[in-house]
Design a protein around this ligand. Structure first.
Ligand SMILES: Nc1ncnc2c1ncn2[C@@H]1O[C@H](COP(=O)(O)OP(=O)(O)OP(=O)(O)O)[C@@H](O)[C@H]1O
Ligand SMILES: [Mg+2]
Length: 300
């Protein structure tokens, strides 16, 4: 059993008499000490699912369990840290006050909050701004102070809705490092994102959703290792070539052939007939982005 179980979840909204099926019967399980990415086009149902998971809205049907407790009960979220999409905080608060408030809400002492808060703010390069009111923060700074307020109470599970949107490349790098460290210390992470390279870099598993339904759950390690389906071979020869497959002339006696992975050695043997000089063999791999686009377009 996973630390979070989403079971037959349905969430409908009604707007001007029309029914919107934001989440249309999804089930998945989040295993402890793994990082899960939640991918899907705009309007796919990610934030709605996350809101039900965090007990912010009730499901139309189905259930979310966190450590076997219904997500609508506050005790289910005891050691869960949550950063919503586009967080908005009481703007009069300073960064430090938000951190202290979050710590207090989760039973962390003021002294502990000071020590841990300082550490996190330093990591996030936000220590110089922590005494300024949040209303004067940029979008990325709001995202960072929100993340700091989640980390300060040392949750076991963190759920983040598009945590890296609005961050600069250094900010994204730091967030990813913190998330990796969090996992290495035994934590579990579930986050939605549109930034596929980040998902590929961080996640163990990726859940792809579209139009309220789960399209697939992918094992990222398998994509990394099993995705090489073909190779591109570049070579040089002045001889005239005879073959029943396509050979692209790329100039200066250089040619390019695309071959399926099992055929590579056969082609290399064939090249010996032409005194060819081998210039490169590059794998053409399928990555998460190409899989995601294929999956979501198939269903359009
Ligand atoms: N409170 C609401 N009232 C009516 N419709 C809603 C409400 N919240 C979400 N929806 C609709 O539910 C669907 C799913 O929205 P959701 O915010 O979950 O998508 P998302 O996958 O998070 O998209 P994005 O990537 O743009 O953040 C959309 O059609 C949206 O318009
Ligand atoms: Mg969303």
């Amino acid at each position: 059993m996973g630390v979070i179980e989403v079971k037959g979840l349905v969430k409908h909204f009604s707007q001007k008499g029309k029914r919107i099926k934001a989440v249309d019967g999804i089930s998945f399980s989040i295993e402890k000490n793994k990082i899960y990415g939640f991918l899907g086009p705009n309007g796919a149902g990610k934030s709605t699912t996350i809101k039900v998971m965090m007990g912010l809205i009730y499901p139309t049907k189905g259930q979310v369990l966190i450590r076997n407790i219904d997500a609508s009960k506050p005790e289910a979220r005891k050691s869960v840290g949550f950063l919503p999409e586009n967080p908005s905080f009481p703007e009069a608060l300073t960064g430090w006050e938000l951190i202290e408030f979050s710590a207090k809400m989760h039973g962390v002492s003021k002294d502990q909050a000071r020590v841990r808060g300082r550490e996190i703010l330093e990591q996030l390069l936000l220590e110089d701004s922590a005494d300024r009111p949040i209303r004067k923060y940029s979008k990325g700074m709001v995202q960072k102070i929100g993340f700091a307020s989640v980390l300060v109470h040392k949750p076991d599970i963190i759920v983040l809705d598009e945590p890296m949107s609005g961050l600069d490349p250094v900010g994204r790098f730091i967030f990813k490092k913190i998330l990796k460290d969090f996992k290495n210390e035994g934590g579990t992470i579930f986050f939605s994102s549109h930034i596929i390279p980040d998902v590929e870099d961080l996640c163990d598993k990726v859940i792809v959703i579209n139009k309220g339904k789960i399209l697939t759950v992918l094992d990222v390690e398998k994509i990394r290792t099993l995705s090489i389906r073909a190779y591109e071979i570049v070579f040089k020869t002045n001889k005239e070539l005879h073959a029943d497959f396509d050979i692209e002339d790329i100039g200066e006696s250089m040619k390019k052939i695309k071959v399926a992975a099992p055929e590579v050695f056969k082609i290399l043997d064939w090249l010996k007939n032409y005194d060819a000089e081998l210039l490169s063999i590059q794998p053409i791999s399928e990555n998460l982005e190409s899989i995601f686009i294929k999956l979501t377009q198939e269903r359009q």
